[in-house]
Ligand binder design. Structure first.
Ligand code: PLP
Length: 399
């Protein structure tokens, strides 16, 4: 599946500084942000399901067709929020007649700042990490400052760059499915933003920390590096948040949607120098749901939560890999909660056939049309997946 081909790039004009705070640029940014579709994983996953099987009603989103449906198509965590987080949600809901009666935003900010030994102004909380991913892209790309990304990877930023009139330069992953940082850095001397997703969605593979630090040191002048660590807890890989304290041109994203199981509650964080975060703030700074922030605080205060969940996901993933090995199916070994499986036939057809078995998988990426992403569900869900997948792969696919 991996290829070393660099996708073609177009000619570009002169560099431009990131947008300032003039009224004109503020209005342009505000109208862009308003026009931007909400590009969450769930929306992208559902759009892919509909593309695979147009008979699906768009109105079913995001409700599964029935309780027996296995939804392993959007990199969600079937464990959901922890019991402590659920109790915190209930308590916070009672105070939610006010914007933030208990100061939960300050509390969450302080906890995160202490965890990463950063001043509190070096992080900003959002309702998930989709917002800061898109805001960073809008702030640091433009028609003259491109967006450099991997292929395949999470495409929400690329969509935002497109909406911003920026060119998107896609660099295939290396043969080990790491980001090809040398090619990414060389892709455009006037790049505005380089996006590295570590571990990567959809491959669940890692880019070595030293490669990311190399990119940070060698990226084009005036560009920003955006490192998306949505899945890093699951991989237990080294973070680059420590580089934020060194004043680098770096923004790092984290989310409570994955290991903490809070995708529907919505809480995420952007780490960066205050001047960089200031650019993101121009795109919106709504008060945040106190329920989500209370759940995030409760989750951070449970030291055993991350290692316990990491173990559960790792065990379920590895036993699925053992089954795939026994059956002779090809896949990319992953250290995350998702992996790519090589179906040897159009991935969309397999997605559609799996839908008929009430198992929702996907998405697939144009660069690898015969591969499909699978999210690691519960052991029961993966058992249902195995039965359905075997059935689909052993039967001719009807149109
Ligand atoms: C790599 C990556 N970044 C960011 C997000 C956005 O997640 P959320 O907005 O739920 O924090 C996702 C969602 O799946 C993702 O896969």
């Amino acid at each position: 599946m991996p290829s070393s081909r660099l996708l073609p790039s177009l000619a570009i004009s002169s560099p431009e500084v990131p947008p300032g705070t003039s009224r004109r640029s503020f209005l342009r940014m505000a109208s862009l942000a308003a026009a931007l579709p909400v590009l969450t994983e769930a929306r992208l996953a559902w759009a892919a399901q509909q593309a695979a099987s147009p008979r699906l009603s768009p109105f079913k989103f995001p409700v599964p067709p029935n309780a027996n449906t296995v939804m392993i198509n959007a990199n969600e965590n079937p464990l959901g929020p922890s019991e402590a987080a659920l109790a915190a949600v209930a308590a916070a809901a009672r105070t939610s007649g006010r914007y933030d009666a208990t100061g939960v935003q300050d509390k969450l900010t302080s906890l995160l700042a202490a965890e990463f030994a950063l001043p509190t102004d070096h992080l900003a909380i959002y309702a998930g990490s989709s917002d800061p991913l898109q805001f960073t892209t809008l702030a640091f790309t433009s028609p003259t400052r491109s967006y450099v990304t991997a292929d395949p990877t999470f495409e929400s930023g690329a969509e935002a760059a497109n909406a911003n009139g920026a060119r998107v330069l896609s660099v295939p992953l290396t043969s080990t499915c790491a980001h090809d940082v040398k090619s990414m850095v060389a892709a455009d001397p006037h790049a505005g933003l380089l996006y590295i997703c570590n571990p990567n969605n959809p491959t669940g593979t890692l880019t070595p920390r030293e490669d990311i630090l190399w990119a940070l040191d060698h990226k084009p002048a005036g560009s920003i590096l955006l490192v998306d660590e949505a899945y890093i807890h699951i991989a237990n890989a080294p973070s680059v948040i420590d580089q934020v304290a060194l004043g680098k041109d770096l923004i790092v994203l984290r989310t409570f949607s994955k290991i903490y199981g809070m995708a529907g509650l919505r809480c995420g964080v952007a780490f960066g120098r205050p001047d960089l975060l200031g650019h993101l703030a121009l795109y919106g700074s709504n008060p945040l749901p106190v329920t989500a922030m209370a759940a995030a605080v409760a989750s951070l205060q449970q030291p055993d939560l991350v290692p316990t969940r990491r173990q559960i996901i790792t065990d379920t993933r590895n036993s699925t890999f053992a089954w795939l090995d026994r059956k002779g199916y090809k896949y990319i070994p992953s250290v995350s909660n998702c992996f790519m499986i090589d179906t040897g036939r159009p991935g969309r057809e397999v997605m559609a056939a799996m839908q008929q078995q009430n198992v929702y998988i996907g998405r697939n990426w144009p660069i690898w049309p015969t591969s499909v992403r699978i999210t690691v569900g519960t052991p029961h869900e993966m058992a249902v997946f195995q039965t359905a997948f075997d059935k689909v792969m052993n039967a001719p696919i009807s149109a």
